[in-house]
Design a protein around this ligand. Structure first.
Ligand code: GDP
Ligand code: MG
Length: 442
């Protein structure tokens, strides 16, 4: 089962490397699929692909030695650039108290994020922070803010459901001024869907508060719907930033791309847990890999292509094609290629999360030891034995085992494995190396 897992793993790694040999069209189709799977809105995807294509062709990627590699680089770069460059922290350049207005649908994470931001501003920016809830529709929402504000170590300004949000805001602002707060965070009500009343209310709040930051809080799991929400909020408010919440969920976070494209506002923070410290400065570079669903794909592709001796692989393919047969020398070459890929464990670090989880079940050290032992066994064979493994009977097996310092059973296991591989090669005859590699993973 170990070899099975390993073979699958290597196949998947090679699957990534395959990109190198595909042309731009194929590659772009894959990127397009990846983006759609990540729930990026279709118009955003189209736009993005068009931009990448233009850039790729402009750089004469087609003429370069490793087109796939170059293109992956461009895709990754462009994705990161689209989602934001550099670090965009909260802007506090205003006459204190600097007001931060939180906007978004119900359940997006506004109240949670308000407290997380309060904590961030207290700890990282050494600010005196006041929070207030304008959510007068749900008494529990005001209590919720009170609780999480305490956890954040900030001060909470009381409000009640019988007040108007506008009056609450004015009272809080007045209190913040008189008590020398640096920052006033204003939590607001969200509806389950966008409605006129909600939009008017938050517009009024914006007019009264004149916030230095108007943050659009959006749930990363919202996928395609995030587009409509973002549109509505952008039309109602001059958004200055986005907080993408629930990135700890299993969504690929394509909403980041859509929301950024539609609002033009930078994604400033990412919510990564429901806990008060579950807030991170948004890292576009890292998020790009997640959206593509390929981990640190650039590094991966580079490492894999550097490791795989393409010439040797092509020779092998030619051999299979011509029917020369696949012998133990070829098997040995394959094992050595696995090793060349920078060591399996170092590759593991670069695989996307979905794959690493799978690979977690594989003991890498053991796997590498396993490869070395197999190498040792083949190296103990004569040239003739390697070319004609059918010669290897009991006496030869004993001699080989002794030479490699292993038990005879291990020699048998290796020969079995080789036979399976050979059988597969025969079936694949004429199918080309790529098809073969696919086949290796089943
Ligand atoms: P609001 O209606 O916009 O104020 O949303 P809340 O702040 O009340 O959050 C709605 C739900 O999402 C709550 O159960 C939160 O604990 C949860 N939540 C908010 N942000 C995150 C996050 O980044 N990760 C996770 N896992 N849950 C979150
Ligand atoms: Mg709330």
């Amino acid at each position: 089962a170990l070899t099975e897992k390993l073979t699958r793993l290597v196949k998947e790694m090679r699957g990534q490397a395959r990109i190198t040999e595909s042309n731009v069209q194929d590659m772009l189709r894959e990127v397009r699929m990846a983006l759609l799977e990540a729930d990026v809105a279709l118009p955003v995807v189209r736009d993005f692909i068009a931009r990448v294509k233009e850039k790729a062709l402009g750089q004469e990627v087609l003429g370069s030695l490793k087109p796939g590699q170059a293109l992956v680089g461009i895709v990754n770069q462009e994705l990161a650039a689209t989602m934001g460059e550099g670090v965009a922290d909260i802007n506090l350049a205003a006459q204190p108290p600097a007001v931060i207005l939180m906007a978004g649908l119900q359940g997006a994470g506004k109240t949670t994020t308000t407290a997380k931001l309060a904590k961030h501003l207290i700890e990282k920016r050494k600010k005196k922070v006041l929070t207030v809830s304008g959510d007068v529709y749900r008494p529990a929402a005001i209590e919720q803010l009170k609780t999480v504000t305490k956890q954040a170590g900030a001060e909470w300004f009381p409000s009640s459901p019988d007040q108007k949000p506008r009056d609450i805001a004015l009272a809080a602002l007045d209190y913040a001024r008189k008590h020398y707060f640096d920052v006033l965070l204003v939590d607001t009500a969200g509806r389950l869907a966008i409605d006129e009343l909600l939009m008017q209310e938050i517009k009024d709040l914006h007019a009264v508060l004149n916030p230095v930051e108007t943050l659009f809080v959006v749930d990363a799991m919202q996928g395609q719907d995030a587009v409509n929400t973002a549109k509505a909020f952008k039309e109602a408010l001059p958004l200055t930033g986005i907080v993408l919440t629930k990135l700890d969920g299993d969504s690929r976070g394509g909403a980041a791309l859509s929301v950024r494209a539609i609002t033009g506002a930078p994604i400033k923070f990412a919510g990564v847990s429901e806990k008060i410290d579950g807030l991170e400065v948004f890292d576009a570079q890292r998020h790009a890999g997640r959206v593509l669903g390929m981990g640190d794909i650039v590094a991966l592709v580079e490492q894999v292509t550097a490791g795989v001796d393409l010439e040797a692989a092509q020779k092998l393919a030619a051999k299979v094609k011509s029917g020369d047969g696949f012998d133990l020398n070829d098997f040995l070459a394959q094992l050595q290629q696995m090793k060349q890929m920078g060591g399996l464990s170092s590759l593991m670090d670069k695989l996307p999360a979905q794959l690493t989880a799978k690979a977690g079940q594989v003991d890498m050290d053991k796997a590498e030891r396993d490869i070395r032992r197999k190498e040792g066994i083949i190296c103990s064979m004569t040239a003739q034995e390697r070319r004609r493994p059918e010669l290897i009977k009991a006496t030869r097996k004993k001699r080989i085992a002794a030479g490699a310092g292993v038990q005879v059973q291990e020699v048998n296991r290796l020969l079995n494995e080789f036979e399976q591989m050979q059988g597969m090669m025969k079936k694949m005859k004429g199918g080309g190396l790529m098809k073969l590699m696919k086949k290796m993973g089943g």
